[in-house]
Design a protein around this ligand. Structure first.
Ligand code: FAD
Length: 310
């Protein structure tokens, strides 16, 4: 059994592992895919102190840094169920999909999230080649170009406002007959000269020239007509889904399925902490996940040293 068992090996899990191991306590990381979302990223330009790097490069640096310490890395392990300790100071159990189980006196849950995809032809082919999911990350790559934002909820409308200040033109496409974002955001969006809003629009296809995105097709749901929009970028903003399905009955989740944490990273269960994109932390970014992972590990250590000697 581990003193600190981390579930998830993205930036949050890697930071937790290093901070925990540096306290000299027995630390393990179980991850479905060590590196997490970083593996799916191309250019990273906002990882502070590194002007520019690439996802796979940062992911291997994360793993190498963790391996500097005495941390047991269990890659390709998917957690399926959490059984919290019966009594304070007891072991929490994480049941893996393959039937095995791991135990930790404290847990740090850092299973991240995934962007909901449109599921249309061309989306996968042009991922990172014009199809993007994170305006904070990739917005500046489209400076002076034409982009679309898919989704008219708060994140879609915020993204459109953000991008309108950087790119030449933004087309926002919402499936519903009206935008769902807060009124104040909608007013702001409507005031911008380089934004076109399309409601009742269903995206049907991403087009490209083999190298980059060149256009997007959508269907007007009121008239059944098909339309093409020429552009260089598409930001998909139809939801960020936390990887927390396996935690439903064990700890408190927000209505969106995010693990509820306090400022110290503690969940509703004593001795169980969480960090990164799977939590209620505002803003999902690499540096933020790393900070949160460090916080959770220090809180886990603080919890352990206060347990009565056994
Ligand atoms: P993740 O990176 O999602 O890692 C989660 C970990 O948990 C993985 O190891 C995963 O395999 C594992 N896991 C999930 N479920 C289970 C389970 N049931 N059992 C075991 N393990 C599990 N951020 C930036 O700051 N800058 C950028 O430029 C940037 N660009 C991005 C581009 C793309 C295309 C994407 C998708 C994201 C981008 N982000 C960027 C966001 C950034 O990648 C995330 O905020 C960050 O990776 C979150 O870290 P995390 O550790 O919380 O989760």
């Amino acid at each position: 059994p581990f003193e600190v068992l981390i579930v998830g090996g993205g930036p949050a899990g890697a930071a937790s592992a290093i901070y925990a191991a540096r306290k000299g306590i027995r630390t393990g990381v179980a991850a479905e895919r060590f590196g997490g979302q970083v593996l799916d990223t191309m250019d990273i330009e906002n990882f502070i102190s590194v002007s520019r790097t690439e996802g796979p490069k940062l992911a291997s640096a994360l793993e190498a840094h963790v391996k500097d310490y005495d941390v047991e890395i269990m890659n390709l392990q998917k957690a399926a169920k959490l059984i919290p300790a019966k009594a304070e100071g007891g072991y929490h159990e994480v049941v893996l999909e393959n039937g095995a189980s791991l135990k930790g006196r404290t847990l740090i849950l850092s299973t991240g999230a995934r962007w909901r995809q449109m599921g249309v032809p061309g989306e996968d082919d042009y991922r990172n080649k014009g199809v993007a999911y994170c305006p904070h990350c990739d917005g500046p790559l489209f400076k002076g170009k034409r982009v679309a934002v898919i989704g008219g909820g708060n994140s879609g409308v915020e993204a459109a406002i953000d991008l309108a200040g950087i790119v030449a033109h933004v087309t926002l496409i919402e499936y519903d007959s009206q935008l769902r974002a807060d009124a104040v955001l909608q007013r702001k969006l409507a005031s911008l000269p380089n934004v076109r809003i399309i409601t009742s629009g269903l995206t049907t296809k991403v087009d490209g020239n083999g190298e980059r995105v060149t256009a997007l097709s959508y269907k007007d749901r009121n008239h059944g007509t098909e339309h093409d929009v020429e552009l260089e970028g598409i930001f998909v903003q139809i939801g960020l889904v936390p990887n927390t399905e396996w935690l439903k009955d064990a700890i408190a989740l927000s209505p969106r399925g995010e693990i509820e944490i306090d400022a110290r990273g503690e969940t509703s269960q004593p001795g169980i902490f969480a960090a990164g994109d799977c939590t209620t932390v505002p803003y999902k970014q690499i540096v933020i996940a790393m900070g949160a992972g460090s916080t959770a590990a220090l809180s886990a250590f603080d919890y352990l040293i206060r347990l009565p000697a056994s």
